[in-house]
Design a protein around this ligand. Structure first.
Ligand SMILES: NC(=O)c1ccc[n+]([C@@H]2O[C@H](COP(=O)([O-])OP(=O)(O)OC[C@H]3O[C@@H](n4cnc5c(N)ncnc54)[C@H](O)[C@@H]3O)[C@@H](O)[C@H]2O)c1
Length: 311
């Protein structure tokens, strides 16, 4: 095809996809075609708490087999217990895994394949936050700062490398990356966390493009960028204008993630105002963006941060 024809074809496709995107963004997910995932195997990391636990319950309610990964064995077992109590009839298998340990991730991934078979949906959800300023963090190998990178982003290399090959063989699957609005915007007091979440966002975007290059259109990706969720992870975090960035309720976030998976939504921002802020960031000069951020309280978000006591 010559370049002129190719350009015309591209423009028609581009405008069609743009209009389709606007239509999908405006149309409630319940009115859009949703894929059937009953009988699929879903692996959720960080399933012992917060969003991971709620996702496990929702995937089980949709008829999925759930594989629960967490380093906190007791809380992970509690998730499995809740699933049994809910009498959803779904098979739930728990594994105690420290995602910051690559060898352990590969070993347990092998066990999962032996015990339950291939994974259809992989949800990289586990995450940690230190809430320390850069110069207050230690830089030894086992430091929390490094751990943050390992759990929040580097572990995605190992989990995806473990489970993607089988998805590629079948050209069927879905990789869900839980990033954050901290993966789109920097914030004072969150240097390590933002770095890890920007990395997770970049990982998900590049993975999507690698799949496109391989023409594996049966494998979908969803990257999720929520603002502050009331799970306890960010206890003490505060917005200056909660009306613009409301505190998100965990069940709402879990519902939206499930919807995004069912309609193959590639990027989910919560609340929706985050999309607008992201576009503004691309349009405005850096100094103006920083001034806007300062006015919005982005320098003071972490001033009263406590986090999870036990962690
Ligand atoms: N809570 C928020 O405000 C918020 C906002 C945006 C994004 N997120 C992201 O959403 C995801 C879920 O957050 P949440 O609020 O449900 O967190 P949470 O603290 O309630 O749950 C995180 C889970 O990850 C597990 N985990 C931590 N380190 C691990 C490791 N090394 N190996 C295995 N498991 C490990 C924990 O045991 C815990 O069960 C995280 O990735 C988080 O960064 C949270």
């Amino acid at each position: 095809m010559n370049l002129f024809l190719e350009t015309i074809v591209f423009l028609v496709k581009f405008i069609w996809l743009w209009l389709l995107g606007v239509y999908k963004a405006l149309m409630p997910a319940s009115l859009q075609p949703q894929k059937a995932i009953s009988g699929w195997t879903v692996l959720i990391s960080g399933s012992g708490s917060g969003i991971g636990r709620l996702l496990a319950l929702r995937f089980a309610a949709l008829g999925c087999r759930v594989v629960l990964w967490d380093m906190n064995q007791a809380e992970n077992e509690k998730t499995a217990h809740l699933l049994r109590q809910a009498a959803l009839g779904a098979q739930a298998t728990t594994y105690t895994v420290d995602l910051s340990n690559r060898d352990q991730v590969y070993r347990i991934a092998g066990q999962v394949k032996d015990d339950v078979g291939d994974v259809d949906i992989l949800v990289n959800n586990a995450g940690i936050v230190t809430g320390r300023k850069l110069l207050d963090t230690s830089d030894t190998a086992d430091a929390l700062m490094v751990k943050t990178m390992e759990v929040n982003s580097i572990s995605h290399f190992w989990t995806v490398k473990a489970f993607l090959p089988a998805m590629l063989q079948r050209n069927r699957g879905h990789v869900v990356t839980i990033s954050s609005s901290a993966g789109l915007f920097g914030a004072s007091g969150l240097v390590d966390y933002c770095s890890s979440k920007f990395a997770a966002f970049g990982f998900a975007e590049s993975l999507r493009l690698e799949l496109a290059k391989q023409k594996k259109d049966g494998i979908k990706t969803t990257v999720v960028c929520p603002g502050f969720i009331d799970t306890g992870m960010f206890e003490g975090f505060k917005y200056r204008f909660p009306i613009l960035m409301p505190i998100l309720e965990p069940p709402y976030v879990a519902d939206k993630i499930i919807e995004a998976v069912l309609i193959d939504q590639a990027w989910l921002c919560l609340p929706r105002s985050a999309y607008l802020m992201y576009y503004l960031k691309g349009l405005l000069p850096v100094n103006a963006t920083d001034a806007l951020g300062e006015f919005m309280g982005i320098l003071d978000l972490m001033d009263e941060f406590k986090g999870r006591k036990k962690d």
